[in-house]
Design a protein around this ligand. Structure first.
Ligand code: NDP
Length: 297
């Protein structure tokens, strides 16, 4: 059997297009553009690339992008003052502080300073709590993107057996919560799980968010399972290569012979993350102006 490839790149392009259309409607109704502020502290090269890409895509979607680049030695109090200024700015609907922060800064305190209603990354404990008790808030972008891909592929997830491998606050836990809200029967696996292959073999849906290259093997999967691979891992460069290949947490070659559908890496979950960030930012804008959020966002 050969699995259907879930094209996250195409789905993300469709979502960005819908965001673009609604961003235009929002501007017409509110008399201003929806705005996303991104704060980058220091010069981590990967973070610089992400921030540039977020800025470009925000503008391309017809929203305002505010980039705040602070030096690596910025103090905790200066960073908090910046976040508070953005909280108070009516032109800023979403605030994202790019992680990781330099070691001398306390991520938890900084994230807790962001207004929960502008916390478009969904990392604030208030939003984690809202998700846990089923209230509307902001859900972290990567798991929400995974849910969109699953719902698009499978429709109703009621009664499906789902296994999420990984229990981080930004991927595994919110993913499990979303699957539970969709009435799946959810198992969360982690580094202490006994006999992981056997646990995975029960699942109709497997979400791998581990950070270990090609760990999930074809033999672990139930035939026909839908596999969402969140992992992004770079293999060591092969002879003659500058950089190693990017791979997920699932052995794609083998798994795609057994699974019913699978996300590739790259081109699966990855492109969804920024598209959902734009979506969350526009949702924040509608809510901040007291307008109804469009149903197809
Ligand atoms: P974390 O390192 O925070 O969490 C990894 C989880 O995997 C932990 O819960 C850990 O268990 C579990 N784990 C580690 N080893 C094993 C093992 N051998 N068997 C079972 N479980 C194991 O990672 P993140 O959640 O932040 O990210 C996971 C992956 O997703 C990474 O590759 C990351 O790059 C990628 N990612 C991709 C994004 C995208 O946009 N596509 C966005 C965010 C992340 P324990 O808790 O017991 O230690």
């Amino acid at each position: 059997m050969s699995a259907e490839i879930i094209d996250g790149k195409a789905f993300a392009a469709g979502l960005r297009e819908r965001v673009g259309t609604h961003a235009g409607d929002f501007e017409a109704k509110a008399g201003r553009k929806a705005g996303l502020a991104v704060v980058l502290v220091g010069e981590d090269p990967a973070s610089q690339v992400y921030v540039r890409s977020k800025g470009k895509q925000t503008v391309a979607a017809g929203m305002a992008s505010f980039e705040h680049k602070l030096p690596a030695d910025t103090s905790q109090s200066d960073l908090i003052a910046m976040v508070e200024q953005l909280n108070a700015d009516p032109g800023v609907d979403g605030i994202l502080v790019q992680l990781p922060l330099p070691d001398h800064l306390d991520e938890h305190t900084v994230i807790s300073t962001i207004s929960p209603d502008k916390d478009v990354d969904g990392f604030h404990v208030i939003n984690a709590g809202r998700l846990a008790v089923g209230q509307s808030g902001f859900v972290p972008c990567t798991p929400l993107g995974c849910m969109m891909l699953l719902a698009d592929r499978m429709g109703d997830l009621s009664g499906k057996d789902a296994v999420v491998i990984g229990r981080s606050n930004i991927v595994g836990k919110p993913m499990a919560q979303l699957l539970l809200d969709a009435n799946a029967t959810v198992t969360i696996a982690h580094s202490r799980t006994k006999d992981l292959p056997e646990v995975v073999r029960r699942a109709d849906i497997v979400v791998a968010a581990v950070g270990r290259a090609e760990m999930v093997k074809a033999e672990w999967l139930k035939p026909g399972a839908v596999v969402i691979d969140v992992g992004i891992n770079r293999l060591p460069p092969a002879d003659g290569e500058d950089k190693g290949k990017l791979v997920g947490d699932v052995d794609f070659g083998g798994a795609s012979e057994v699974a019913g559908a699978i996300t590739p890496v790259p081109g699966g979950v990855g492109p969804m993350t920024i598209a959902v960030l734009l979506r969350n930012s526009l949702v924040a804008a509608y809510r901040n102006e007291g307008l109804d959020v469009p149903v197809d966002l």
